[in-house]
Design a protein around this ligand. Structure first.
Ligand code: ADP
Ligand code: MG
Length: 357
């Protein structure tokens, strides 16, 4: 009797173990992330660096994430060397000191320039890569901020006009006095170059934080979407959480870099190319959600210049990206494509949330 009880207990144990084993095998077959976790192939690595005037953190998951991140970091550093306005060895520096002479630039510089000129055209000049002389007058390039007088601004606006940049093959020609600045798109563009390297090296899951520009590859290693905090433009906190996969999330706002003049007026670092004055149109921040970082970066700056109405109109005409606009009054406008992916933090429950359709 006792022996029989032992036998049937053993049998139950065998059955339970067999069922568990089969379930485990099935789970590994249907959830690749789990499989690679067990086989030890999916490893996490992180790389921090300072480039393009900002802190960069890249986290990647894959078979050899360290090597992939090293190469991506090299690509970012390379891009910085080409596009820096202050490095005398950069393509942009050479152009800004070319006194009207044509300059032969690298393939990467030619590519980003043709992209930025195209986006300038597409946004009706709200994105203006030749705004640099005006930006300098406001002191944003030296951190010695000042308020230029109206006639100084007017005379500097004569050197602004993306449509006068000549790009023929790899030769770029600027009129004397004109200057280029890729500050509005460089980080997003470089992020795309880094992401391209990671994808080529079989990284299927990664998060790149390039000074607040977020670019993601795939989903989190557990298969769930990335959860990104949306910065509150009025404090250091987070407004809410955006759940996304395989997308770039890029924000422009006046709260990032600004100065307060003697009379108390706040001046931000994004210039309205029509007036030559820092944008002050009622928008506090613009976040773009789109597959390519370069497009997100270009649009976040341009739509910030356009203001609420202009940005909403631009979105209705294009519809190939999503966005979140936050006004100075604290109202939030979100496009329908990401409305369900965004959740406002409880303490901000009083903020008005409007869905754009
Ligand atoms: P951040 O660099 O803080 O992420 P942006 O991507 O919006 O912000 O880029 C802002 C930078 O772009 C400014 O610091 C300046 O170098 C440049 N810039 C300012 N106004 C314009 C504009 N209207 N068009 C293109 N570039 C601009
Ligand atoms: Mg930008």
């Amino acid at each position: 009797m006792n022996d029989q009880l032992k036998m049937s207990r053993q049998r139950i144990l065998y059955v339970v173990l067999t069922v568990l084993l089969v379930c485990g095998i099935l789970a590994c077959i249907f959830f690749p992330q789990l499989r690679s976790l067990f086989s030890g192939r999916q490893q996490e690595a992180q790389k921090n660096l300072f480039a393009m005037d900002t802190y960069i953190t890249m986290t990647a998951y894959g078979t050899e994430p360290e090597a992939a991140l090293e190469e991506a970091a090299r690509r970012l550093t390379e891009a910085e060397k080409l596009w820096s306005v202050t490095d005398p060895g950069s393509d942009i520096y050479a152009l800004n000191h070319s006194h009207g002479q044509g300059v032969t630039v690298s393939e990467d510089t030619k590519d980003i320039l043709s992209f930025v000129l195209e986006m300038a055209e597409e946004t009706g000049g709200a994105l203006e890569p030749t705004i640099y002389p005006v930006l300098t007058a406001w002191g944003f390039t030296t951190e010695e901020n000042r308020v230029p007088n109206a006639s100084e601004i007017t005379s500097l606006l004569a050197y602004v006009g993306y449509d006068r940049v000549r790009l023929e093959g790899n030769t770029v020609t600027l009129e004397p006095g004109m200057m280029l600045d890729l500050g509005a798109v460089g980080k997003g563009y470089a992020g795309d170059l880094a992401a391209e390297i990671l994808r080529e090296r079989d990284i299927t899951s990664a998060l790149l934080d390039i000074g607040g520009n977020i670019q993601t590859i795939g989903s989190r290693p557990d298969g769930n979407p990335w959860r990104l905090g949306l910065r509150d433009p009025f404090s250091d906190g987070i407004l809410g959480v955006l759940e996304i996969s395989n997308m770039a999330v890029v924000t422009s706002g006046s709260y990032e870099r600004y100065f307060v003049a003697e009379d108390g007026t706040r001046y931000g670092h994004i210039i309205d190319p029509e007036t030559g004055y820092p944008v002050d149109n009622g928008l506090a921040a613009v976040t773009i959600v789109v597959d390519e970082g370069r497009v997100g970066d270009a649009l976040s700056t341009a739509l910030f210049v356009m203001g609420l109405e202009g940005a909403a109109e631009y979105w209705r005409q294009h519809q190939d990206f999503d966005m979140i606009l936050i006004t100075d009054e604290g109202a939030i406008y979100i496009t329908e494509g990401i409305a369900d992916a965004f959740s406002l933090n409880e303490e901000h429950g009083d903020m008005a949330l409007h869905v754009l359709q």
